[in-house]
Design a protein around this ligand. Structure first.
Ligand code: ADP
Ligand code: MG
Length: 987
């Protein structure tokens, strides 16, 4: 079979990519098992009218082909009934139409006679009222859509002349747009779908008459040859005008031109247009630009596919054709013999149509031979019937019973055509031209690039060699430099390491030295301060001594003056007495003779009385002098007779001697003081050169009267001198001077005793000699502040000794100290008293008595003096007391609340626990720890706010022993722990 054999050839072409089309209505056909072998066994289409007829129910086509030999697609046939025309309305007015349409059932009834009719099934049945639009959509639109997707398509009208073929296909609808025929509407759809940039649309318009093909767009070409490609079987009409269309307007013009040319041509040839076939050929060429391009694959000799160009996708192109054929009238020529044609001519006129009928019959009957080549029409339509195109046939019929025969044959033609099965295929090809162009451009670019790169490589190699050489030289240089540098660095490193080690050693030595120096400096500073105090004290003493001396000298001077006056007076009186005696002698001599005159005697008596008076006056004056002398010599009580002057003189001389002795002593003291100065200066000079170990003052340290304990060494010499001096005088005498009426003597004496008491070696002697009693008496009775201060200091020093402490207590010392503490305002006095009480506080045995006799109260009372030295002593006393209490509690002989707390010491302790002065703070911290150690005090500690101080001490105290004591205390006390928990303090 000619039609099919071409198709099988197509499949052999490597580049041919015909793909099957599947439309909704063709699903059952597409799955036909015979679809793959169209050449040998053509499948029987479903019989018209049978229930298995698939109807097209959509407008879109789908690609779901499984085989590139295509899928079967039956020729679709619709029947259209023309309404009665004016003539028929008039002529056949009494007759019923020869056909009856049942559009719902897609059936047509053809009346045989009044009582008999035949029913035919069609794909579509279009009544006389069917609109042009509906006809287009039902008959042509699916085909047009297939064409746009790359399949060939044919729309053909068949029917008797005058039944509306041209009306259906070719109406331009210029007057009424609703009249537009299939051609116009199809072109509208095609133009709307294609892309002017990528797609091409060309149109040819031809006429076939008497087996001659004429170009209706170039009517002079009236014998166009039909050429078949032997390989593909594709039919072409070389020389035909191909008009490329861009818009609908030009298409309408083309149709008009074609129609005009057809009319002119028919007039010229004296032919009838109803006898010619008009063919509109639309070529659609679409590049698959937007669709996925395919791998470029060729088949080698063995039939294996080979990917030729990896990375290059071969563009594809789809070339489809739409053929719209307005056939010549299907009525028999002999019937229209009146037109004057000869039979042969008539046969020639109808050859193509007859031949078409035969081919369709053959195809419908699946005949092995289809006489395609018998006529030009069948050659042109070879793809439309039994080929790869999607074909839709519309048969037009008239209603007139007069043409019943023609109508019947038209219906039968349609029925047969419905049996024709096509194998629709996608007309897709590789677009080798465009691929080739692209590849060539790429190749050219690559060649140019390659050339440039080759040159660049050549240039680069030379440059590289040169650079390599240079680099080599530089590397060698650099290496030698690096080696030299490394050597230098290693030497330098060794040297530096050595230096570093030395420096570290030096640093350590320096550090040790510095630490030592710092320590010494601190000590020296302290020494210096202490010395300053000593100097001040010394100066004060010197001044006091100088004042006493001056006073004494003045007194001696006064006494001497008075003595001189008295002597003068006495001499004068003696002289007068002598004269008076002489006078008395002379009077006696005169009286003896008789011429003694009474008047002279009276005169003499008066003179004597006068003399007596003068003498009495002198005696009174002498008495006055004597009293004054007595007053001056203080305690010199001699007899009142006139001869006492000598005694007085004697005493004066003695006194002078005593003064001289005192002056010598003063001189000696001055010398000693000078020596002290020299020693001190010597020490000052040696500060920084050496250090003297200094015992730190603990809570039980002695209180020094004038000098701090750390200056003992310095003042030992002085004290030794004093001790030596007074050894000569005798301790007893010194102590007796404490009771001297002369306040200055007492002051002097008490200072000496205090200095002696500072020495432990003297303390026992002083106490044995009754010095403690004297000192206590002084403290009690003296109104002089200095005496009280110095005495208190002396007692404080004596109170260092435990035996003395008991003696002091026994002799009511605490009471006296308490009274002094209450009365005194001078901070130094308070310091001494506080120091004395503080020392007593450190005695376990005396605690109760000390407290009972107001010791603690007195101690706390002294805090009114805000002097740091006083406070430090108070703090020391409290600490000593607390420590003793703590010791007592630990040893079990003390129970109950702290006496310190009882006496109200806690608020002051809390207030001063963080005192700036370390001498105060240290004692208080210790005292607080001791108090807090005992659970019996814990509540007071908490309520008094001391807990916080205890926490602070446990965290901040610089002394580790106190810090750990505080920590232990906090941890041990359930009261504290409970309180800490209550306050959410994590300790
Ligand atoms: P054909 O091409 O088959 O010879 P035409 O298309 O020339 O027939 O139609 C013949 C006449 O009938 C025309 O005047 C046409 O206008 C008219 N005609 C055909 N079909 C219809 C129709 N469906 N409705 C109205 N008039 C029609
Ligand atoms: Mg016509």
């Amino acid at each position: 079979m000619a039609f099919a054999s071409h198709n099988s050839k197509n499949g052999l072409h490597a580049s041919r990519l015909d793909r099957p089309l599947s439309v909704n209505s063709m699903k059952s056909l597409a799955s036909s098992p015979t679809a793959l072998t169209p050449t040998s066994t053509r499948p029987k289409s479903a019989a018209p009218g049978s229930s298995s007829v698939q109807r097209r129910n959509g407008t879109g086509a789908q690609k779901s082909g499984k085989d590139d030999s295509g899928v079967s697609g039956r020729v679709r046939v619709a029947v259209r009934l023309r309404p009665r025309n004016a003539e028929e309305l008039a002529a056949d007015a009494d007759f019923a139409d020869c056909v009856e349409l049942l559009p719902e059932l897609k059936r047509l009834k053809l009346r045989k006679n009044n009582w008999d009719c035949e029913t035919y099934q069609f794909d579509e049945v279009l009544t006389e009222t069917a609109s042009q639009k509906r006809v287009y959509e039902v008959v042509a639109k699916p085909v047009v859509e297939s064409v746009l997707e790359g399949y060939n398509g044919t729309v053909m009208a068949y029917g008797q002349t005058g039944t509306g073929k041209t009306f259906t296909l070719g109406r331009l609808g210029e007057e009424d747009c609703a009249d537009r025929g299939i051609m116009v509407r199809a072109m509208e759809d095609i133009l709307a779908d294609i892309s002017p940039e990528h797609d091409t649309l060309t149109v040819s318009y031809l006429q076939l008459y008497m087996e001659t093909v004429q170009d209706l767009l170039a009517p002079e070409r009236d014998n166009i040859a039909i050429v078949e490609d032997p390989k593909t079987g594709d039919v072409s009409l070389p020389g035909t005008t191909l008009v490329e269309l861009k818009d609908q307007k030009s298409f309408l013009e083309l149709l008009q031109t074609g129609e005009a040319n057809r009319f002119a041509s028919n007039t010229k040839l004296n032919t009838e247009s109803s006898r010619s076939h008009a063919l509109l050929l639309v070529n659609v060429k679409r590049s698959a630009k937007n669709k996925q391009e395919k791998d470029f694959v060729i088949h080698n000799e063995n039939g294996n596919s080979v990917h030729v160009s990896k990375g290059h996708r071969v563009p594809t192109i789809r070339k489809s054709k739409l053929l719209i054929v307005d056939l010549a009238g299907s009525e028999r020529v002999d019937k229209s013999g009146s037109e004057g044609h000869q039979l042969e001519e008539a046969k020639a006129i109808n050859l193509s149509l007859t031949s078409l009928g035969k081919c369709i019959n053959a195809l419908a009957e699946n005949s092995p031979h289809v006489p395609t080549r018998d006529s030009k029409l069948t050659r042109l339509l070879r793809d439309s019937f039994g080929g790869t195109a999607r074909t839709s046939l519309i048969i037009t019929i008239g209603p007139s019973p007069r043409h019943r025969g023609e109508t019947s044959s038209t219906i039968l033609f349609g029925q047969r055509a419905m049996k024709v099965e096509n194998m629709v295929k996608l007309k897709e090809e590789f677009d080798y031209k465009s691929l080739c162009r692209r590849l060539e451009a790429e190749l050219d670019k690559l060649i140019a690039d390659n050339e440039r790169q080759a040159q660049a490589i050549f240039d680069g190699e030379e440059d590289m060699e040169r650079k390599l050489e240079e680099a080599g030289t530089r590397v060698a240089e650099a290496e030698s430099k690096v080696a030299a540098a490394l050597e230098v660095i290693s030497k330098e490193k060794q040297r530096q390491q050595k230096e570093l080690v030395e420096m570290m050693q030096n640093l350590q030595i320096e550090r040790a030295h510095r630490e030592r120096l710092e320590l010494e400096l601190r000590e020296n500073v302290q020494d210096l301060q202490d010395k300053k105090k000593i100097y001040a004290e010394n100066e004060k003493h010197q001044k006091e001594i100088r004042d006493i001396l001056e006073q004494h000298q003045q007194e001696i001077k006064d006494v001497q003056t008075r003595l001189a006056n008295e002597c003068g007076q006495r001499e004068r009186l003696e002289k007068e007495l002598h004269e008076a005696n002489i006078c008395l002698q002379q009077s006696k001599e005169i009286l003896e003779p008789e011429n003694i005159h009474k008047e002279e005697l009276s005169d003499l008596k008066q003179m004597l009385e006068k003399e007596c008076e003068l003498r009495q006056q002198a005696e009174r004056e002498l008495d006055a002098f004597k009293r004054e002398e007595k007053k001056l010599t203080n305690g010199i009580t001699e007899k009142n007779d006139i001869g006492e002057i000598w005694v007085l003189k004697k005493r004066l001389e003695q006194e002078l001697l005593e003064r001289e002795k005192l002056e010598d002593e003063i001189k000696s003291l001055k010398q000693q003081l000078l020596q002290v100065h020299v020693d001190a200066e010597e020490r000052s000079r040696t500060i920084g050169k050496g250090s003297s170990a200094r015992s730190s003052g603990g809570s039980n340290s002695t209180i020094s009267l004038h000098t701090p304990s750390n200056m003992k060494d310095t003042i030992n010499g002085q004290r030794a001198t004093i001790a030596k001096l007074f050894e000569q005088v005798g301790l007893q005498k010194i102590l007796s001077l404490l009771e001297s009426e002369d306040v200055d003597v007492r002051v002097h004496a008490v200072k000496v005793v205090a200095n002696l008491a500072a020495e432990e070696v003297n303390q026992e002697k002083i106490v044995e000699a009754g010095g403690l009693g004297s000192l206590l008496t002084l403290l009690q009775s003296s109104e002089d502040e200095t005496i009280r201060r110095v005495a208190a200091g002396a007692i404080a020093n004596l109170a260092m000794n435990e035996t003395n402490q008991e003696l002091i207590m026994a002799q009511g010392g605490i009471g006296l100290l308490a009274r002094t503490a209450d009365d005194a305002e001078d901070p130094q006095t308070l310091r001494m008293v506080a120091g004395a009480i503080a020392n007593l506080c450190g005695n376990d045995k005396l605690q109760i008595k000390l407290r009972e006799e107001g010791g603690i109260r007195a101690l706390l009372g002294m805090v009114r003096s805000r002097h740091a030295d006083v406070l430090a002593q108070v703090a020391r006393g409290i600490a000593n007391f607390a420590k003793c209490e703590s010791r007592g509690a630990a040893q079990g002989y003390r129970t109950g609340r702290s006496l310190l707390i009882e006496d109200g010491a806690l608020p002051w302790i809390v207030a001063n626990a963080n005192n700036e002065a370390s001498s105060i703070r240290r004692h208080i911290e210790l005292a607080l720890c001791h108090l807090a150690q005992h659970e019996v005090n814990a509540k007071d500690v908490v309520s008094g706010g001391a807990l916080w101080e205890l926490i602070r001490i446990s965290r901040e105290c610089s002394r580790e022993d106190i810090r750990s004591l505080a920590q232990r205390t906090l941890n041990a006390s359930p009261t504290f722990q409970a309180e800490l928990r209550r306050l959410h303090v994590t300790y």
